[in-house]
Structures are given as structure tokens and as C-alpha cells.
Ligand binder design. Structure first.
Ligand code: PLP
Length: 457
């Protein structure tokens, strides 16, 4: 790139970092020993660190930079909005123009029966909103006992107390005495872990039947909602069998249970539709969104509220005692509007569905032939491969090599050194690249992954 990043005093930044900054999801001692890699600039699908090294970002930051880095149009939209009106809330019968325009835009791209949006600052806050909103819904319908929400083991729904409770990560529940009461979990549709000896479709139906079992065990009159990520992201890009979601929908309909699709990762084109619910043929009552709505340029999240819930909240309503200072933040909404315009103008949703997504699928499937790979698959622009553990794998040229860690962490460290970000979830390696990634860049990414597998093998 012509514009070279200026060099930073990396050691000084790392020292201040260790001294003062408590990072999220980080082992502090580990960080202090190694020093963080300092990211200073981004352009397209690439990042540059403080030493001037270029890195292919296979994870779109945290699954969010859908339109890629360095989009001047978004920064200009943000600047204009900050100059005009940097903040005003929408409490107490006020509103602001970008929030209204964004709500209308989201309704336009959402499935037909969505006519309302509730804004938050993040995906976690949006899922907290879901908990309160579905319980309020049943209260207003005179069924206050109907408060239990069913989620899935290994799900990720955020890091607030309710978000982490909805999530099914044991490590998160272990810290802070979670989950909170009224949230229970069933098994995830992980075919490779639990579906041995069955067809994928038969396993999908079995995994969905765990929902019906749980509803019957609790009593349908106790169950407010079921929540799930259409494709589980942080849990390891687990693509469910085709039979799973339609059966979940059937069960929710049968017992009147509300369906919440957490599309914080899956929304905004990542799976080749504006919302992945359309891909899986489900009609959720609520859709959680965040990340891709602004491509991460400015924090923003929210809930798309379908007519079933919105009509009750509005008509039977009174005040819904919920909201955040930054609900409908005008700057965040202006960023989202420009981001959505880019996605539309560059036809990124169609490209992921018809062009680069299928190409990624083909190239990823080829990795399945590698001796270190048990299975490789993708859906739109999320992809994962199962590493087959081999004893004695060494990575002598990898500074981050940790002998006690699994081969997934070894590969992640190797790639990070070589200039690519890929994530490891146990022995599953995953990517979620920016939607602007071209075929040539997919080839570049696959070549890096293959070189890593070869070195590990
Ligand atoms: N839901 C899902 C499916 C997510 O993947 C995430 C974050 O990764 C969240 C919710 C939480 O979003 P946030 O980190 O913006 O609070």
C-alpha cells in the first residue's frame, strides 16, 4: 500500500497497555508476558500493526467489519452527523432523524412482518432487551408465569449478565454465578460431536426434539421464548443440518413459544441474505442485530420486533421501562445508514450468495482433503474446519507456540505470525472474512491456511 503506516514505539505502548488497560476476554498474565500486538491501521481486508506488518483479517475484526476497513464514506457520514447533532436521545417523546431513517431502512430490508426496531448500543444489550421484552409481552397477555427462556449449550449471546446467561458457555457461567434464574439450556446441533451413525437430517430432527422435550418438562405455560444463532458463531461456526430450523419453528408454533433469532453475526449479508432467518426458512418473532449493522465502525445494536410482539407492546402497553442513553444514537445510526448504502450499492449480499460465497465454499472444501483436516465447510462468509489432532505436531518457527495448547491454538499462532487472523475454537479453525473479499483474496487466504496446515503436519 502507498500510504505506509508510521512506526510506533511498540514497547512503550505495550508497557502502558499492561499497566492500565484491563482487556476483555484476556488472560492478563499471558498478555503481560507477551505484549499485545498493536493494530494501527486498516484498509479493505487488511490490517497493519505498529511494526508495519500487514495482516489479512480473516475474522472481520470480531465478525463485524462487513464492508472492510478504511471506508471514507462512513467516516464522512459520522463527521457530518457529529457536526450537526452529536447526541440526542429518544426518551421522553423526542427523536432524531438518523434513528428514524435507520429504523425505516431496517424495516425495509427485514422480512415483511417486521415493522419496528428497538435500538441498543451492542448485541449484549439487545439480548438483554429480548429477555425483558418477551417477559413483558407475556405479562401484558396475562401470563406472568410464562418467563422461562430456552437457549443452547455453547451458544454465545453476549457478556452482560443476561447475555452471558442466555449464552451456553460453561466458562462464562462459572464466573459470576450464572445463569440467572429463568434461563435453561438444551444441546446444540453439533453433528460432528453428537450425530455419529445418523444422517444429517435425522440428527437435525433429533437436536430439535430436545427443544420439545424441554418445553414439555417445564410445561409449555412456563416457556416464554427460544433463542438461537442461525449458525452458531463463537461456538465454532456450527452449521446446522437443513432439517433443524424448520423443526424448531414447528415446535415453537405448536406451543406458542416466541422464537428469537440472534443474528448479531449472521445478519447484514454474512450468510448471503440480509438476515439468515430467510436462508433457513424461519419466521422469528424477534431478531437481534449488532456488528454488521455499522460494520463495527461505531457501536450499535438492536432488536427487530415482529408484529406479534410489537402489537401487544404498543396496544396493551403503558410504558416499557427499558432503554439506554445510547439507544438510537444519531452518530451510530448515521454510520449504519451509510454502511447499508455501501452494502446495497456494491451488491455485497448478492455477491456472497452467488459469487464469492460459493467460491469460498469450494476452496474451503478442498482443504478437507488435507491430512490434518477432518471436515471443512462454510455457509456464506463463515467457514470452519475440524483439525484432526496429531501427536507430536511441532511448530518450531512459531513464536507463539505453546506445547500445552491444542493444535488449533498452534495454527492460530502460526498464522498470526505469518500475517493472517483466523480463530481457534478448540480444534476447530474458523474464519468470517469481510464481505468485500475478492476471489483472488480468497485464494490468498486459502494458500496461507494450507501453508499453515502443511507446516503443522
Ligand atoms: N450475540 C452473538 C451471536 C454474538 O456473536 C455476539 C458477539 O460476538 C453478541 C451477541 C454480543 O454482542 P456484543 O459483543 O456487541 O455485546
Amino acid at each position: 500500500s502507498a500510504a505506509r503506516p508510521r512506526l510506533y514505539d511498540t514497547a512503550a505502548i505495550q508497557q502502558l497497555d499492561s499497566a492500565h488497560y484491563l482487556h476483555p476476554f484476556t488472560n492478563f498474565q499471558d498478555l503481560n508476558a507477551k505484549g499485545a500486538r498493536v493494530m494501527v491501521r486498516g484498509e479493505g481486508i487488511y490490517l497493519w500493526d505498529s511494526q508495519g506488518s500487514k495482516i489479512l483479517d480473516g475474522m472481520s475484526g470480531l465478525w463485524c467489519v462487513n464492508v472492510g476497513y478504511g471506508r471514507t464514506r462512513i467516516s464522512e457520514a459520522v463527521y457530518r452527523q457529529m457536526e450537526t447533532l452529536p447526541f440526542y436521545n429518544s426518551f421522553f417523546n423526542t427523536t432524531n432523524v438518523p434513528a428514524v431513517q435507520l429504523a425505516a431502512k431496517l424495516v425495509e430490508i427485514a422480512p415483511l412482518y417486521f415493522n419496528h426496531v428497538f435500538f441498543t448500543g451492542s448485541g449484549s444489550e439487545a439480548n438483554d432487551t429480548n429477555v425483558r421484552m418477551v417477559r413483558r409481552y407475556w405479562d401484558l397477555l396475562g401470563q406472568p408465569q410464562r418467563h422461562t427462556i430456552i437457549s443452547r449449550h455453547n451458544a454465545y449471546h453476549g457478556s452482560t449478565v443476561a447475555g452471558a446467561s442466555l449464552g451456553g458457555m460453561d466458562g462464562m457461567h462459572a464466573q459470576g454465578g450464572l445463569p440467572i434464574p429463568g434461563i435453561v439450556h438444551i444441546g446444540q446441533p453439533n453433528y460432528f460431536e453428537s450425530g455419529k451413525g445418523m444422517s444429517e437430517d435425522a440428527f437435525g430432527l433429533l437436536a430439535a426434539s430436545w427443544l420439545e422435550e424441554k418445553i414439555l418438562e417445564l410445561g409449555p405455560e412456563q416457556v416464554a421464548a427460544f433463542i438461537g444463532e442461525p449458525v452458531q458463531g463463537a461456538g465454532g461456526v456450527l452449521i446446522p443440518p437443513a432439517s433443524y430450523w424448520p423443526e424448531i419453528q414447528r415446535i415453537c408454533d405448536k406451543y406458542g413459544v416466541l422464537l428469537i433469532a440472534d443474528e448479531v453475526i449472521c445478519g447484514f449479508g454474512r450468510l448471503g441474505k440480509w438476515f439468515a432467518s430467510e436462508l433457513f426458512g424461519i419466521k422469528p418473532d424477534l431478531i437481534t442485530f449488532a456488528k454488521g449493522v455499522t460494520s463495527g465502525y461505531v457501536p450499535l445494536g438492536g432488536v427487530l420486533v415482529g408484529d406479534r410482539v410489537a402489537d401487544v407492546l404498543i396496544d396493551k402497553g403503558g410504558e416499557f421501562n427499558h432503554g439506554f442513553t445510547y439507544s438510537g444514537h444519531p452518530v451510530a445510526c448515521a454510520a449504519a445508514l451509510e454502511n447499508i448504502r455501501i452494502i446495497e450499492e456494491e451488491e455485497l449480499v448478492r455477491k456472497v450468495a452467488e459469487d464469492t460465497g460459493p467460491y469460498l465454499k469450494k476452496r474451503f472444501a478442498e482443504l478437507g482433503g488435507h491430512p490434518l483436516v477432518g471436515h471443512a465447510d462454510s455457509c456464506g462468509f463463515v467457514a470452519g474446519l475440524n483439525l484432526v489432532r496429531r501427536k507430536g505436531a511441532t511448530m518450531h518457527d512459531c513464536q507463539l507456540f505453546e506445547p500445552e495448547q491444542g493444535v488449533g491454538m498452534i495454527c492460530r499462532g502460526y498464522l498470526f505470525d505469518k500475517g493472517m487472523i483466523m480463530r481457534a475454537v478448540g480444534d476447530r479453525m474458523i474464519v468470517a472474512p469481510p464481505l468485500v473479499m475478492t476471489r483472488a483474496q480468497i485464494d490468498e487466504m486459502i494458500a496461507l491456511i494450507r501453508a499453515c496446515l502443511d507446516a503443522t503436519h
